[in-house]
Design a protein around this ligand. Structure first.
Ligand SMILES: C[S@@+](CC[C@H](N)C(=O)[O-])C[C@H]1O[C@@H](n2cnc3c(N)ncnc32)[C@H](O)[C@@H]1O
Ligand code: SF4
Length: 329
């Protein structure tokens, strides 16, 4: 790995093992684009690791289901041996006992288990793919394996996207997470910046009543504390417009086909990328004038691509779940 002082700012890299998916979630960007589908090979992944400076965190996720890449456990192992803490996010539909054990044995530090709703009908409508019962069974098996062996350095989190249907089931979801012995239930704001304006179902999803949200998350926080599980939810009312998204300064996203884009919320290289890591050195990309110009526009709060993004003023995550909350550009 390259080493230089200029890298001290880079804290987290998100790498996409694949952009193929077995779900077609109605709120996912992937459902609305026509990018070519493919996997990053293990060789390409090792090349990416080799070109990156040392980073504290590597998250193996992009747009797509990481478990569709059979080399995921090997990627975890290699990334761990680079010294980084390593995580992934999965829809858990392919998380068989074998797949779960392979990830745990590879030394993974964090698995985000995206569930989004536990209502069977809402799950079918929103995510398709498989039945929510089967996803819950897989998560149960993962938690069981973890509890029977020693994996003290692996966090398991249920991940939710804020929506009216999640709020209705929030108490049940907290109980589910606690009963399974998971570490965290973590809600993020919905990024609706790319939703087709004529899709009323999707617009409905975005229609979270602020008062209901406050009540439901407050009550969920109390339940979680009583049950001994961490619960993190963003403040959707946050009005502090002095906050600047830190992704362009401290993180980046690398697609399966090598493109470097600034963040996980704008991962479409056809809309924005600063170069291809399979063709260039990372330093050339990270220090390119187009990347610096982009950062300057973010700092000045005038980057058009960020206007509708919930991370713009820090409304995407709870501050403790924001990977860069404690850093400044
Ligand atoms: C894009 S998925 C990729 C990984 C994997 N397929 C999964 O579902 O976890 C990563 C996370 O983004 C969330 N997500 C998808 N569309 C979103 C949106 N429009 N706004 C906020 N989060 C979204 C998913 O629910 C999931 O938790
Ligand atoms: S499972 Fe993940 S990547 Fe696949 S469509 Fe749903 S949110 Fe997108």
């Amino acid at each position: 790995m390259a080493n230089s002082l200029i890298w001290q700012n880079l804290l987290r890299v998100q790498i996409e093992p694949t952009n193929r998916c077995n779900f077609k979630c109605s709120y996912c960007r992937r459902t609305y684009w026509s990018r070519p589908n493919g996997d990053m090979s293990l060789e390409q992944f090792l090349l990416v690791l080799d070109k990156l400076p040392s980073v504290a965190r590597i998250h193996l996720q992009g747009v797509g289901e990481p478990l569709l890449n059979r080399d995921l456990p090997k990627m975890v192992r290699s990334a761990r041996s680079s010294g980084a803490r390593v995580g992934t996010s999965t829809n858990a539909s392919l998380l068989t006992r074998e797949a779960a054990a392979a990830l745990l044995d590879a030394g993974i530090n964090r698995i985000n288990l995206s569930i989004d709703t536990i209502d069977p009908l809402a799950f079918k409508r929103l995510r398709g793919g498989t039945k929510v019962e089967s996803v819950i069974n897989n998560i149960t098996a993962l938690a069981d394996i973890r509890s029977k062996s020693s994996y003290p350095d692996t966090d398991l989190a249920l991940v939710l996207v804020a929506s009216p249907s999640v709020l209705e089931k929030l108490q049940e979801i907290i109980h589910l997470g606690a009963n399974l012995g998971l570490d965290e239930v973590y809600m993020q704001n919905l990024n609706s910046s790319f939703f087709p304006s004529n899709n009323s179902d999707l617009q409905q999803l975005n229609n979270v009543d602020p008062e209901k949200y406050r009540e439901a998350t407050l009550a969920a926080g109390i339940t979680a504390e009583n049950l001994g599980i961490r619960f993190l939810a963003p403040d959707l009312d946050c009005t502090d417009h002095s906050y600047r998204c830190q992704w362009p300064f401290h993180g980046c996203n690398i697609t399966w086909d090598g493109f470097v884009s600034p963040c996980c919320l704008q991962p479409d290289p056809d809309l924005l990328n600063f170069g291809n890591l399979f063709e260039s050195d990372f330093e050339m990309i990270w220090q390119s004038s187009s990347y610096h110009d982009f950062r300057a526009r973010v700092k000045a709060d005038c980057e058009p691509i960020c206007v509708e993004c919930p991370a713009r003023y820090g409304r995407m995550w709870h501050p403790d779940a924001n990977p860069f909350a404690k850093h400044e550009s």
